[in-house]
Design a binder for this molecule. Sequence first.
Ligand code: CA
Ligand code: CA
Length: 414
Amino acid sequence: MVLAAQANAGSPAVPAQARGVLAANDGWGSAGAGTTGGSAADDAHVIVVRTRDELAAAVAGSTPKIVLVAGTIDANEGRSCTDYADPEYNLQAYLTAYDPATWGRVAPTGPLEDARVRSAKNQGLKVKIDVGANTTIYGLRNARIKGGDLLLTNVNNVIIRNVAFEDAYDCFPAWTPTDGATGNWNSLYDSVSLSGATNVWLDHNSFTDGANQDVNQPIYLARPYQVHDGSSDIIKGSDYVTVSYNNYFEHDKTMLIGSTNTPGVDVGKLRVTLHHNRFADVGQRVPRVRFGQVDVYNNYYYATDEDTFVYAIGVGVQSQVYAENNFVLRSADTPLNAFVYNWGGTQMTEKGTLARVGTGPVVAVNLLNEYNAAFDPDIATDAGWTPALRASLDATADVPGIVTRNAGPGKLPA
Ligand code: CA
Ligand code: CA
């Protein structure tokens, strides 16, 4: 700690957990080379960060390093969307120019779209933060990263723990007229983006839009002006990932695992384990999976807001989701047949689920059978593999208590 202590006079003590590594057999993240993050850091590479630029500098490069986040880091550094806007950009003019009624249902082109792209680039230079290999990012007490998108691009061996991520909003959503039946607004940023990343552990973090939820955004071109993308997306051949004891809440597109139906780098990859996470009043993609063998066990799905709930587990092309011993708390208006959704997949294992409505009785359910009974084509009931890498498998009835006591930041021993 010599240099770090010099550079950070008065810094808090380094929690022992900040040197932690993912245990053997704890999910897909423990496969291959395992996930040790920056645990091999020498004292000079244990670094406390308090600002956006300190964070970006500390996480760069592949030297083993432990980056301790202190307080709230605002990736936008107080800038407003107006501050990023190109002089040629004007939202009202954009809406008028690309209204499908006059522009048609083709992608925007021309000066206003070019100005939007330039504006988005201005914001991206601030909010996107590239994380290098062999890194642990660990939140000190009440650490928060607001508005940032940590990019894990073609890197290996990264641990992110005990951080509260909030509101990675995009000031300049793109109008995509061919997305869905009526077009959609799409945004660029997640809080954490894995792209070609191998051996990653996301643990005891929280992810939320805070006071800036998409459900409260205006309607433009007859569609919600959605300013967020994922919470933690895992795409482009990422592999060996464990996502444990995180608290996801009040966000729409939660976790995309695989971003394209086209077979390519994702085939045989995208192996992810999700366990003991709380998914509370999130909209969809919990997760949405293509290609990967994804183990979803002992998670607490808390779906009490039927106005924002879309679906939970998305069964996509060539996906092999194995869901076991998850607990569902739901509102009476969120039907059991809405938790699984078929995005072009063919198989899934689903077992051990318990569900309840409010404080009503806890009942054994099968979310896949509920889906198949209500919709066609059916999804076959065998994912075609059996997870071997699990830290533990708790009884479903114990999941709400275990997850509530342990998930999210501030729950690890100091
Ligand atoms: Ca994304
Ligand atoms: Ca059916």
